[in-house]
Write a protein that binds this ligand. Structure first.
Ligand code: MG
Ligand code: ZN
Length: 218
């Protein structure tokens, strides 16, 4: 009898729930983004800035994932988002079942865009589809420019790669060219955008990308 790998079973059942999640998003005409990065790259700062800059144009819902605390949901809610927090209590990534549970009560009919901020981790979130339409990977210049080459699986399905904290480029050795080259080796059609949530550099291109997704799928 063929031995079925437990890891494959888990991923298979995750995949089925992710597909259900996506059907629900599609039935609501809702675009969903899975936002991933290592800890401290600036995911929550990006969402705070994005929500306040798009406030008059669209309603954004956010599901926050962290091991503990509701700090991030509080921050994006203060910026104007509908937000809930998942506390994974030790789990280092979100899975489709955790999202499905939140969707039972999330007011999907009141939003145009749903962003899921994954647990800060550059390894396993890549393996767990949540039902998203697009994956956004975030890096920051303080982490070093070797991350795409060292953590390739995170970039294989990335639609957009944001390189944050460009305001700090004068103080660090970081090659945007290297990152762009490494990302495109892993995912040739990924859009790479250099941004700063502090100075708003590059934010217009990020906002344009979001608006295009909402227009396309809405
Ligand atoms: Mg965060
Ligand atoms: Zn994990």
């Amino acid at each position: 009898m063929a031995k079925v790998d437990l890891g494959e079973q888990i991923l298979g059942s995750n995949q089925r729930i992710a597909e259900k999640n996506r059907e629900l998003f599609d039935s609501q005409g809702l675009v969903t983004i899975n936002l991933m990065s290592g800890p401290g790259a600036g995911k929550t700062s990006l969402l705070e800035r994005t929500v306040s800059l798009l406030r008059d144009e669209m309603k954004i819902g956010i599901i926050e994932g962290d091991l503990q605390t509701t700090q991030d949901a509080d921050r994006v809610r203060a910026a104007g988002a509908r937000a809930v927090q998942i506390e994974t209590e030790g789990a280092c990534h979100l899975d489709a079942r955790m999202i499905a549970r939140e969707l039972e009560q999330f007011p999907l009919d009141e939003i145009d865009l749903l962003v899921i901020e994954n647990v800060g981790n550059l390894v396993c979130p890549a393996a767990f589809e949540l039902g998203e339409h697009a994956r956004v990977m975030m890096l920051s210049v303080t982490e070093g420019d070797d991350k795409p080459s060292k953590y390739p699986t995170m970039f294989h399905k990335a639609n957009v790669v944001l390189v944050n904290k460009t305001d700090l480029l004068p103080y660090v050795d970081y090659s945007l060219e290297r990152v762009e080259k490494d990302v495109h080796r892993l995912k040739p059609d990924a859009t790479v955008l250099a941004i700063s949530c502090k100075t708003d550099e590059g934010m217009d291109r990020w906002l344009d990308w979001i608006k295009e997704q909402v227009r396309k799928n809405g």
